[in-house]
Structures are given as structure tokens and as C-alpha cells.
Ligand binder design. Structure first.
Ligand code: URA
Length: 241
């Protein structure tokens, strides 16, 4: 086999095979509508997942200096079949090592938040404003965010989420027109200029909640707001964590 084969990522490798080996075909994507959502299928054209092509592009991206220090591109994951998308800030050390978003301590908390909503992690889509880890877990610069924004925009375009939860200030700044602080924005329904059909709510980032557990109460309120939008059963009792 040639040294150029992308063996380190299954999705990329399958896409490579489907393009280069005439007898190999990618499995057909799920068609039809998800159980708790009635949105259009994720795929624009039968047999074509635009996210795979976008991911291949991101894996090779050198648009900003973060590409020089990353170990893995953290593209995003999940079927998004519920119509719900989360956007975080950027990969940390665990994500950079595994290539998966939100797998460290903040990720554990995010997974518990998703389960508390009555959903499975694999049924939402999780992405970040930047796909490569800022060294030392610093906040991505506006230039890094801008360089990476086309990937996030194309992810949204391909997934067509109906609901979006922005986790923290960086995600809110990347997608919303006003630059209000997250403490003022959180809990308010917002719109993204280029995607006016998506109901968007900014809330605190799970890493902030790990440092400030008292804020979990208001985040739970925000999640309940989204559960209402999604017609999920809303538990009005207070959550302990
Ligand atoms: N992990 C991520 O993938 N994103 C964050 O914003 C934080 C942790």
C-alpha cells in the first residue's frame, strides 16, 4: 500500500477507498427522518456526505499556526439526527490526542448534560470554533477563529441543525453578531445571521461549570428551554449537578 493512505482515521480511509477502489462503495447514509426531529436528511445527494469531504480537507489544513502544533485535527462528531448541534471553543489536550471533541473532564460533563436532556451523545453533533488545539489551552485568537470559520460554517450548512447550543463566550463570539458577554447572553434565544432558521441559545461552557458548579442550575434552565423547543419531556425539578 502507498504511504499516502490515510490509515489513521476510519472515515477518511473509507472515503479514500470509495474514491480509489472501484469495487468499494461507502454504505448508504440513513435516509428519512430522525425519531425526535423531522428535519431533512443530512445528505444533500444520495451516497454523498459533504462532511466527509470537508473532514478530509480539514485534516490537511494549514490555514493558521495551530496546524503546526496540533497532533490531531478535531473535526467534530455525532449523527446530529436529533437536529441539535453543540459548539464549543476548541480542543484541549485529550481532544488533541484522540481527535474527538469533548472527551476530557469538560467532555464528561457535556455528555452528562446531553443524557440529562434525554438524548444520546451520538445523536447530537458536537463541534468547536477551531479544529486544532491552541497551545496551553489558551483561547483561540480572532485570527485563528476566522481561519477556521469556513469549516464550522460548512458543517452547519451540511448538517442543517434546527437547534444549537453555544458553549461559552468564544462560541458565542464566533457565531453571533453582538459581542455581549456570555453572562448577559446566556439563556436568550439568538439567531445566526447566515442561518436564521436555527434556534440558538448561548450558555456557559462545561469547563466554566467545573470551576463554578453553582452555575449548573442556570445551565440546566437553558437546556430545559431547548428541550421545550425539541418537544422533549421537561423535568421542572431542580437538578443536583
Ligand atoms: N473540549 C472541546 O472539544 N472543546 C472545548 O471547548 C473544550 C473541551
Amino acid at each position: 500500500m502507498s504511504e499516502d493512505l490515510p490509515l489513521n482515521d476510519l472515515a477518511v480511509y473509507l472515503e479514500y477507498l470509495s474514491r480509489h477502489v472501484p469495487t468499494f462503495a461507502l454504505p448508504k447514509p440513513p435516509s428519512g427522518r430522525g425519531k425526535s426531529g423531522d428535519r431533512e436528511p443530512l445528505y444533500e445527494e444520495e451516497g454523498t456526505d459533504p462532511l466527509i469531504a470537508l473532514r478530509v480537507k480539514a485534516e490537511a489544513c494549514q490555514a493558521c499556526p495551530l496546524s503546526e502544533t496540533r497532533n490531531k485535527v478535531v473535526f467534530g462528531e455525532g449523527s446530529g439526527r436529533t437536529g441539535l448541534m453543540f459548539v464549543g471553543e476548541g480542543p484541549g489536550a485529550d481532544e488533541d490526542r484522540t481527535g474527538r471533541p469533548f472527551v476530557g473532564r469538560a467532555g464528561d460533563l457535556l455528555t452528562r448534560m446531553i443524557v440529562a436532556m434525554g438524548l444520546k451523545r451520538e445523536d447530537v453533533y458536537i463541534a468547536n470554533t477551531v479544529k486544532c488545539r491552541p497551545p496551553g489551552n489558551r483561547v483561540p485568537t480572532p485570527a485563528e477563529r476566522a481561519a477556521c470559520f469556513p469549516y464550522l460554517r460548512e458543517q452547519i450548512r451540511a448538517l442543517k441543525p434546527r437547534f444549537m447550543i453555544l458553549l461559552g463566550q468564544t462560541a458565542a463570539q464566533a457565531l453571533l453578531p453582538d459581542s455581549e458577554s456570555i453572562s448577559r447572553l446566556r439563556g436568550t434565544e439568538c439567531r445566526i445571521v447566515d442561518f436564521p432558521d436555527i434556534r440558538v441559545i448561548p450558555t456557559y461552557h462545561p469547563a466554566y461549570l467545573l470551576r463554578n458548579p453553582e452555575a449548573k442550575k442556570v445551565v440546566w434552565k437553558d437546556l430545559q428551554t431547548v428541550m421545550g423547543w425539541m418537544n422533549l419531556p421537561v423535568d421542572h425539578g431542580d437538578r443536583k449537578e
